[in-house]
Design a protein. Structure first.
Length: 305
């Protein structure tokens, strides 16, 4: 581990009281001596937590050949847990279990070295963009997907396939919407949706004039679309179809997702869908022992309680 003993400036800033670092390293040396006395070469702790709780703490002990030892020394567990907590705090990740939480590994060897590798969980947005073009004969790549595509993909339930429009129906609906825009003197329609925690809804609906400016004067201009209450409901149905036909089922559950559809009067369709994924960040690694950073000239330690 010694090749990692140089710490970066950010970690130095997080260390706080240099005296705390020195005390930790003294405790680390004493704990390493206990490992040696019991014939243990190293111990590795895996931990994780979220939503204000430490959810997991598992220790594994190893011999000099890195073979696992079938032991759980009770006289070491308490001190090991306290060392881990201090290491997490000294590396700047105190209270890692709050919010989305974090996870990591804390390793101590009988030689007196220790390493913590800590990652925090973060919500990342994953986006997929789709583009379709109506009225292009023979261009299957530009056609809207349909229920037959779900069936061909496999692994999709029969009721989902049945509840999704076939390709020709989706094409007919999109064509009617595009023609309605053109005949009413509008250039494009835009709709956005969002949801999480088992609830989803349409958030934005916009119509643009031929010059590309947004207009609010649409109530009496938008055409009726056969089979739907109005233009809004028909565009919403097409948007919902794009969600299902591209297998973004149940997008509003859990951490949720969002997306949008843009339909132009010449038959262009842009559909975008995003969903959120909880991922662990790249681990922040700190290794002990190292020379504790000198305190700043104006540093004043906090008074002990």
């Amino acid at each position: 581990m010694s090749e990692h003993n140089e710490i970066d400036e950010t970690t130095q800033e997080l260390m706080g009281d240099p005296q705390a670092v020195a005390e930790f390293q003294a405790r680390l040396t004493a704990f390493a001596a206990q490992l040696q006395a019991q014939g243990i070469h190293s111990v590795e702790v895996k931990y994780y937590g979220s939503s204000d709780e430490m959810n997991g703490f598992t220790a594994h002990y190893f011999n000099a050949d890195d073979q696992g030892l079938d032991i759980a020394p009770e006289d070491l567990e308490d001190e090991l847990g306290e060392l881990m907590d201090t290491a997490i705090e000294l590396s700047g990740h105190d209270q890692f279990w709050e919010g989305n939480g974090g996870t990591g590994t804390f390793t101590v060897s009988a030689s007196g070295e220790a390493k913590i590798e800590h990652s925090h969980y973060e919500m990342n947005e994953k986006t997929t963009d789709y583009a379709y073009r109506l009225g292009v004969a023979g261009d299957e790549a530009g056609q809207l997907p349909g229920s037959e595509d779900l069936e061909a993909a496999g692994g999709v339930s029969a009721w989902r396939i049945k509840s999704t429009m076939p390709r020709h129906a989706a094409q007919d609906l999109a064509t009617a919407l595009a023609e309605g825009l053109r005949e009413s003197g509008f250039s494009k329609a835009y709709m956005q949706y969002t949801g999480a925690g088992d609830e989803g809804h349409t958030e934005t609906f916009r119509i643009d004039d031929l010059d590309g400016t947004q207009t609010d004067e649409i109530a009496d201009k938008l055409p009726e679309i056969k089979g739907y209450e109005g233009f809004y409901e028909a565009l919403e149905a097409l948007m919902d179809h794009c969600v299902d036909a591209n297998q973004h089922f149940d997008w509003e559950e859990g951490d949720g997702g969002c997306g949008s559809i843009t339909l132009t009067n010449d038959g262009g369709i842009a559909f975008s869908h995003s969903y959120y994924v909880e991922e662990a960040s790249e681990p922040h690694v700190v290794v002990w022992p190292f020379e504790a950073p000198a305190p700043a000239a104006d540093y004043q330690p906090e008074p002990s309680m």
